[in-house]
Design a protein. Structure first.
Length: 478
């Protein structure tokens, strides 16, 4: 096997793209990807994975006019290697590499409808004009799928602001051929929304974060981490976004159809399961502070050796949350099966299987949010299907072992270790896996709701179809 030389690899990748030779690029990728299995520095693995992901994007670019090209196959690979690179960056990655990776990763997510993931990535970069402009474009294309006019206006407005700020570095953008793209997007927004509104200052009302100290800490934690079912929480972290706004939009039904109650009940359950698991995960943070719970008092357990920890109440909350978030994905699959009349066997409905259905793939072609849901499902590992998440198989195994085998936590922060009977995982890694899964679930819930909004707008309106109104449930009735 040839010697690992990162500089030579990166140089050759650039040269092959300049030559516009897609076949040679793929051959180059195959000759270098096995270096990721070698014992080299993590940051070099990250750089190599980023280069591979970018090379797959180069192949896509070179085949953009080829009608027979398998766009999905190569975008899956690009996203996988970008995720690999991001996961191996470490705590203090080189600034230039970090910004380039996040920008390319976000652009790839945006291209397949994963708008929320793209916004999250763009927001991690500070004062980088290319990512700022792309964030603005992403927000302006996210606005039309909203069913709330206030949210729609604010997304257009924030997108407009981000693009204008990016264009302050016009010379830099011109070097990368992006200045005209962003200027045209500004003009497009100005044709949709009044310029006076776009240039006006926001005047957001401040709300109380809560009554008790715990409630205040919890609600701020949600806002800061973008965990509310509210698209405004993806761009704002203030108290005015601190509520779970999204639910099913206005929907049309045949006059003799009673399905409204059914659809509403499923969405109620999906939301309630999400917010309940979300709070329990927050509660599990008390374990990090080493606070004992009364449930653990006078419970006879035995110490384990070799730096192993036994499970207590707070850690068990994290385990339960992980399983619950996975279950919500299956509930989403059930909803999709029913709403789109897929008629799949209800005893064999899994998230990936439903999202890989040919009907959903067809819907996704003309529905940005269903496309986002479809591509988000690729973060979940299931046999037969390609995944876009580097550690997705670990997530699937962790779920299986939590349900059927043994999961042991350790006091160190080493990576997860898996054998036939056991998984060894640090408390930090267990929380991180669960937190990341929660973010995926939130993303999927939002895409589902907004995707249904897009579909409902396509329905014809006639005398045989009615628009049913719903009554909001007060907190006292929950």
């Amino acid at each position: 096997m040839k010697k690992f030389d990162l500089d030579a690899i990166l140089k050759k990748s650039d040269e092959l793209f300049e030559k516009k030779d897609a076949t040679a690029i793929l051959s180059h990728i195959n000759s270098i990807k096995n270096f990721l299995n070698e014992d080299i520095e993590l940051i070099k693995k990250a750089q190599l994975a980023y280069s591979i992901g970018t090379s797959f994007e180069d192949v896509i670019t070179l085949n953009k006019d080829n009608p027979k090209f398998d766009f999905e196959k190569y975008l899956e690979k690009a996203l996988y290697y970008f995720d690999y690179a991001f996961d191996n960056m470490g705590n203090e990655p080189p600034k230039a590499l970090y910004e380039q990776l996040l920008t390319n990763y976000a652009n790839a997510c945006r291209s397949c409808g994963r708008t929320i993931k793209a916004i999250e990535m763009y927001n991690k970069i500070k004062y980088f004009p290319m990512s700022q402009g792309n964030l603005g474009v992403t927000l302006s294309h996210f606005a039309p799928v909203q069913y709330d006019e206030v949210h729609k206006g604010l997304l257009f407005k924030e997108g407009y602001k981000q693009i204008k700020d990016a264009l302050k570095s016009k010379d830099y953008l011109k070097l990368h051929g992006a200045d005209e793209v962003f200027e045209n997007e500004l003009k497009r927004i100005e044709q949709i929304v009044r310029i006076e509104y776009l240039n006006s200052k926001n005047k957001f009302k401040k709300y109380n974060w809560g009554k008790s100290k715990t409630e205040k800490i919890y609600r701020k934690w949600l806002a800061e981490n973008g965990l509310y079912l509210n698209v405004l929480n993806d761009i704002y972290k203030d108290s005015f976004v601190a509520y779970d706004f999204l639910h099913l939009p206005s929907m049309l039904y045949n006059i003799d159809n009673t399905r409204d109650e059914f659809d509403c009940a499923i969405m109620n359950q999906i939301k309630q399961e999400y917010v309940s698991a979300r709070y329990r995960l927050f509660e599990s943070l008390n374990y990090i502070e080493r606070k004992n719970h009364i449930a653990d008092k006078d419970v006879e357990l035995y110490e384990l050796t070799n730096n192993l920890m036994s499970c207590n109440y707070y850690e068990n909350l994290t385990r339960c949350c992980f399983k619950d978030f996975y279950s919500i994905l299956d509930r989403i699959a059930y909803f999709v099966n029913q709403y789109f009349n897929l008629n799949l066997d209800l005893t064999d409905v899994s998230f990936r299987k439903v999202m890989e259905n040919k009907v959903i793939k067809e819907v996704a072609k003309n529905n940005l949010m269903i496309n986002g849901l479809y591509w988000s499902s690729k973060d979940i590992f299931e046999d037969k299907y390609q995944t876009t998440k580097y550690k997705s198989k670990n997530y699937a195994k962790l779920r299986n072992y939590l349900e059927h085998r043994l999961v042991v936590t350790t006091i160190n922060t080493d990576n997860i270790k898996i054998n036939e009977n056991e998984i060894f995982i640090s408390q930090y890694e267990l929380f991180k896996y669960t937190f990341d899964l929660m973010k995926i679930v939130r993303e999927c819930i939002i895409y589902l709701i907004l995707g249904i909004n897009v579909e409902e707008k396509k329905k014809p309106k006639d005398k045989e179809i009615i628009n049913l109104t719903r009554t909001k449930m007060s907190d006292d009735l929950k």
